[in-house]
Design a protein around this ligand. Structure first.
Ligand code: GCV
Length: 677
């Protein structure tokens, strides 16, 4: 009897040890290989590189060599070269220790994806210098727009308990080239700069440092008054300027390599320089001056809009373009990919390419605020590639967003890309096992934006699940179709922001809250009426098209040449307008929603057939979330079609699955999701 209990415990223990809870992310290589690894330098960073290779590398000896190579140095501090052959020996060369670390992770990636055969001759350097996560984590442990539990930063536990997750986090990020993290929400509390908090931040910074990840903080612009007790936070006031200098000195005494500040100012009710009659330039430059002696920088966000009657999509451009060229060289303007707010699909923000005399950086959203939270499988590499490859025409044809921001077209001292993190304290980090792929894709694209969606998905699937073609090929196809599917069942043809009030999960195109800001209501965006659907941003409408360079401006302005994926973004289109496929707008809209639903059903089929290739735990968890996604897709389709039908007065084409819900019932759905945010 006793023996069987012991065996049972051993069974439980081993089940626990090998729990497939997703906590290992894409870092699932077998360890314990004891490879021979030598290095010509010893440091915490080099030791990590050595240790990773020693335990996971299955080939011939590896040499990690810091070299004084001009060629490598010219390619930047993070560059590395890999030469040799797995069978005879491999060298990783770099001019810095972080170069060696990135080279080590590259080598392991080659091994884990089965690409390590033959002669290796690789040289890499990143597209962006700063590859940074933005955590929208509050100090009380909640995460704004976070769908994977609570914050991983356990401020209450520090300094007494140090969560093992911090090192795992650093390792995961370093393995994909991420080298910066903003620990707290852009909706920042002044308290983050208190002495007590800074001492805790120092502990996190010390843990991340060997992985070459710098810590940054979001600051609240009114900190001098609300934390420092000054009578004002006016950026031109000398006491205020001194307060920031002193604060910067205090931070750098604790954290000598502190990265800098991220600032959301005069946006969505947060304080900023305009409260004192000053400009974004005054505010950003004051902070830049305080950080400059320590080599720190300011990331100043361009996410601004006011309910002043002007089209929201035009406002950031109008506010920031007149300031081009006036910012210090350690300021970079952080701009969301689209002009509104991380919608399922947006055209690129016209500030990209337009602000030529100021460093600008893209802000992408990894967390799926507008893409089904952690319930929907949506691979965001497709969205980000579409954005990065968009042609701004700012320097003639072929001036892509990527080239306007990575230093190719405008040689600014700072290049960077930010991603709003989807990380929480749940076992699998991101809520949905496939949401890990978005964290991975962000890092890989910030390192190398010319990687294809296919390549990124391929790497991630092989490392996270399996390289068996029976699994790899269909699952990759599913991932690659997943963004378009979400656009189809949520907001096809350029529709945007028709989400439920506040939580941004389900559809509420009818939403009307008396007294609410008009630009926070779906009707502002879809403009449905008896004539048609969509926001007229052409020359005869809000003229947002004028913010783009020709010939793109003209292409978008003309309803006949505007790409259909952006049609309802730029035009108010009659219900009977003939689309390129010969159908009416109304019919096309119906087919798009229907296609979206069918695509998710197909994802379910693909996934169910993959059962035999992977562990039961992750299989079942993904399976159950795909069921939710399927139900949600039908919900979106019925809600939007039944609601828009009250304007179009046309039948839903008869070869399309009939609605299964009543519009009135859908209107009564009120999800209590606030606390999940
Ligand atoms: C952090 C959107 C989100 C907010 C977010 C804001 C921003 O409006 O809904 O939660 O606040 O963007 O990016 O500042």
């Amino acid at each position: 009897m006793k023996q069987s209990i012991i065996i049972f415990y051993i069974f439980l223990l081993s089940a626990g040890l090998y729990a497939e809870d997703g906590s290992r992310l894409w870092l699932r290589a077998e360890s314990g290989h004891n490879a021979t690894v030598t290095a010509n330098k010893q440091s915490p960073t080099v030791d990590i590189a050595k240790q990773e290779l020693k335990s996971q590398w299955k080939g011939a000896p590896i040499q990690l060599i810091i070299v004084n190579s001009k060629e490598l140095r010219n390619r930047g501090k993070d560059a590395y070269r890999i030469t040799g052959n797995k069978l005879t020996g491999v060298s990783v060369l770099a001019s810095t220790e972080q170069g060696l670390l990135y080279g080590a992770y590259h080598l392991l990636r080659l091994q884990e994806t089965g690409n390590d055969a033959g002669i290796l001759n690789i040289e890499e350097s990143p597209g962006y210098d700063i590859r940074i996560l933005n955590h929208w984590d509050n100090l009380d442990g909640t995460v704004e727009r976070g769908y994977a539990g609570r914050s991983i930063w356990k401020w209450d536990e520090l300094p007494n308990r140090i969560s093992p997750r911090y090192v795992e986090y650093a390792r995961a990020n370093a393995s994909i080239g991420i080298n910066g993290t903003v620990l707290n929400n852009v909706n920042a509390t002044p308290r983050v700069l208190s002495k007590e908090m800074l001492e805790k931040v120092k502990i996190v910074a010390d843990i991340l440092r060997p992985y070459h990840i710098k810590v940054y903080l979001s600051i609240n612009f009114s900190s001098p008054a609300s934390l420092g007790g000054l009578s004002t936070s006016d950026p031109l006031n000398s006491d205020v300027r001194q307060w920031w200098k002193d604060k910067a000195d205090e931070i750098y005494r604790l954290i000598p390599d502190f990265g800098g500040f991220l600032v959301k100012a005069n946006s969505e009710g947060l304080p900023g320089p305009q409260d004192f009659g000053r400009t974004h330039v005054d505010g950003a430059n004051m902070l830049a001056d305080a950080l400059k002696p320590h080599n720190g920088m300011v990331m100043w966000r361009a996410f601004v809009y006011n309910p002043d009657g002007e089209d929201r999509a035009k406002q950031a451009y109008k506010e920031f373009m007149p300031l081009d060229g006036m910012f210090r060289d350690n300021v970079i303007i952080q701009i969301k990919n689209g002009p509104i707010d991380f919608q399922p699909r947006e055209p690129f923000s016209p500030l990209f390419g337009a602000m030529k005399k100021t460093a600008v950086m893209p802000e992408l959203q990894i967390t799926q605020e507008y893409l089904g939270f952690s319930n929907h499988l949506v691979f965001l590499a497709s969205l980000w590639k579409e954005f990065l490859e968009s042609d701004t025409y700012c320097n003639g044809e072929g001036s892509t967003v990527a080239e306007t921001t990575d230093g190719t077209l405008f040689p600014h001292p700072l290049t960077a890309m930010a991603g709003v993190a989807n990380i929480g304290d749940e076992a699998n980090w991101c809520g949905h096992h496939f949401a890990q792929a978005n964290w991975y894709a962000f890092g890989r694209l910030a390192w190398n934006h010319s990687l294809s969606v296919d390549e990124i998905a391929d790497e991630w699937i092989r490392m996270t699940f399996s390289g068996n073609p029976g699994f790899l090929n269909p699952v990759k196809e599913m991932m690659m179709d997943s963004h378009e599917a979400a656009v189809n069942y949520m907001m096809p043809l350029g529709l945007h922001h028709i989400f439920a009030w506040n939580h941004h999960y389900g559809p509420e195109p009818w939403c009307d809250i008396p007294g609410a800001r008009p630009d926070w209501l779906p009707k502002y965006y879809h403009q449905a009426d008896s004539v048609g659907l969509g926001f007229d941003r052409s020359e005869t409408g809000s003229n947002a098209v004028s913010q783009y360079y020709p010939p793109l401006r003209d292409e978008l302005n003309d309803i006949r040449s505007c790409p259909e994926k952006y049609l309802l973004w730029f035009h108010h289109v009659p219900w009977n307008y003939l689309m390129k496929d010969g159908r009416s707008l109304w019919d096309d809209l119906c087919y798009k929603y229907d296609t979206g639903v069918k695509q998710v059903r197909n994802f379910q089929r693909i996934w169910d057939q993959s059962e035999k290739y992977i562990d039961a735990e992750r299989f079942k968890e993904v399976q159950s979330r795909l069921k939710i996604q399927s139900r949600d897709a039908v919900w979106w389709k019925d809600a939007c079609l039944l609601y828009f039908q009250t304007f179009s007065n046309r039948p839903i084409p008869y070869d399309i699955e009939r609605p299964i819900y009543e519009l009135d019932d859908l209107k009564n759905i009120k999800l209590d999701l606030e606390h999940h945010n």
